[in-house]
Design a protein around this ligand. Sequence first.
Ligand SMILES: Nc1nc2c(c(=O)[nH]1)N[C@H]1C(S)=C(S)[C@@H](COP(=O)(O)OP(=O)(O)OC[C@H]3O[C@@H](n4cnc5c(N)ncnc54)[C@H](O)[C@@H]3O)O[C@H]1N2
Ligand code: MOO
Length: 405
Amino acid sequence: MKALMPVEEALQRLLSAAELLGSESVALEAADGRVLAAPVIARRTTPGADVSAMDGYAVRAGDATLDAVLRVTGESAAGRPFAGTVTPGSAVRIFTGAVMPEGADAVVIQEDTKREGDAVTVTEAATIGRHIRRAGGDFATGDTLLPAGHRLRARDLALAASADVAELAVIRRPRVGLLSTGDELVRPGAGAAAHNVILSNIYSVGALARRAGAEVADLGILPDTMAATQEGVHAALASGIDVLVTTGGASVGDHDLVAPALTAQGVELAVHKIALRPGKPLMFGRSSAGTLVVGLPGNPVSAHVCALLFLVPLLRALQGEAVAPKPALKAARLGVDLKANDHRMDFMRAAIVGEEDGVPVVRPVPVQDSSMLRVLARADVLLVRPPNAPAALAGEPCQILPLED
Ligand SMILES: Nc1nc2c(c(=O)[nH]1)N[C@H]1C(S)=C(S)[C@@H](COP(=O)(O)OP(=O)(O)OC[C@H]3O[C@@H](n4cnc5c(N)ncnc54)[C@H](O)[C@@H]3O)O[C@H]1N2
Ligand code: MOO
């Protein structure tokens, strides 16, 4: 029997086929979760001037000694600076965010003063520079605030706004088409009979793809005939998508037509069957026009695990994010003895049963059937076993892959 391709090699092949997509400009409101095509450069210095960090009085520190009485000559509020100068013996009422007036070099907070008419008594001596935010203290015009390839988070949007950047250059969303195959498949709610299987894969795979920034189109369900599969693949490849994701029909049975249909439609398969459980029948290829094709196994757990391990990194790479060429595993400890593994890297559905030395203790759930979605939904993590891992004892270190939420 031909040796199956290792998971890392398959992932490497996917990532090296990922060419950066083009970019577009979007308003801040539409930029959440998008990946920057160019760095965000500050278009202003922030704060734009020295400003007060507190409500109180702008003073000359040399004058504002304990029990000094200063004359209040005006007010500086946020957006309405004081036009004059703080002269010796005087103070200016100031509020948080307001520009420091000329002549002042400290702020005394109002809790440390007593005010009577135009006179303010200092009850806690001022220190030079106290409670002043310096111009450019956060950033200055021309500073690079966020690099290209960065996926925008909520706080990044506020940062870009504060730097006077109203539109961002982001990589366009990858367009993903989902094509399901199988005579048995019926949509949820459409009256499935006992011999039917309800189409479920595209919901988890589609959600993962959307969360990775893609636009997702459901391209329908194909019956198990060579003609229909070829026709469906042909139409999908001509529809302007960047990534075609097929589900099902990937294995070796008489009705597993996806690989031959893809090949007949000019898709060159760089990956076909890998040393993975669940997910052995994974396919990856590229059409003559450059559309990438990910063939996921039909079993719903296998499809989900393969989407996590391959489709999500591929979509991230297409958007220019730095993607590690191996799954991002975390340290854990075994909560039970395990038998030796075979040649397939195993991603076992597992429960977190405790914590030891700051890492979770995990135990595989008893049923590892790759068709069972309730088992997947109940799992906390995937417990990862390398190919040919020897038997291991409870308490030994192991690795886990977090599930997406
Ligand atoms: N003789 C062998 N049989 C199988 C092998 C093998 O190596 N030799 N591999 C097994 C493995 S591993 C997997 S995984 C499955 C996957 O095979 P396919 O990708 O060809 O999937 P199908 O046969 O089309 O379907 C399998 C199963 O999943 C259901 N399915 C399919 N699509 C969907 C969907 N969109 N939503 C929900 N469920 C779906 C389908 O009804 C079947 O029950 O093959 C093993 N067999
Ligand atoms: O790889 Mo299949 O995904 O074991 O069930």
